[in-house]
Design a protein around this ligand. Structure first.
Ligand code: ADP
Ligand code: MG
Length: 154
């Protein structure tokens, strides 16, 4: 795996990281799995907003936490499926999530991935973990698998 740590001073820096990821995903040309592990208020949805808006076709994507409808689909290239597993603490994961995690066509973004049992995690994923920070946010990015490593290097 390949790992790096970033400090994001403010909301604009979180949006900019989302944009950088969008460019890398477009360059690699496959729908990778982006797994987000951060508490309430970390900036997970903010990052997804920057990411979706910077993908081809994403300028008008209306990004929100999909907490109550389980999944948002954005008409981007690649198509993006946005999950929030906050409620999964009490439920079984949705079949569609498990299918999306296995295919290369869809960019899958999962908030609160810490609630997904490790037995359901894919082999290829980019994990973003928010670390304690006194100001702004600190994020550790770990790429596991061929596509995620290519994306993080890009
Ligand atoms: P989450 O989806 O993880 O609950 P949100 O994306 O809704 O979090 O963001 C929560 C708050 O954190 C927002 O007010 C957002 O502006 C702020 N925020 C995002 N990134 C940063 C950052 N790097 N530094 C400071 N505040 C940030
Ligand atoms: Mg959120």
């Amino acid at each position: 795996s390949f790992r790096l740590e970033l400090h994001l001073d403010d909301e604009a820096a979180t949006l900019a990281l989302g944009q950088r990821l969008a460019r890398a995903v477009a360059e690699i040309g496959v729908g990778i799995n982006i797994l987000l592990n951060g508490d309430l208020g970390a900036g997970k949805t903010t990052l997804v907003r920057g990411l979706a808006a910077a993908l081809p076709g994403g300028a008008d994507a209306r990004v929100s936490s999909p907490s109550f409808n389980i999944m948002n689909l954005y008409p981007t290239t690649p198509e993006a499926a946005h999950f929030d597993l906050y409620r999964l603490e009490y439920q079984e994961p949705d079949e569609s999530l498990l299918e999306f995690l296995q295919d290369d066509d869809t960019l899958v973004i999962v908030e609160w991935v810490q609630y997904l049992d490790k037995s359901f995690w894919p082999d290829d994923f980019l994990l973003l973990e928010w670390r304690p920070a006194t100001a702004g946010r600190t994020i550790e990015l770990t790429a596991t698998g061929k596509n995620a490593i290519k994306t993080l290097r890009a």
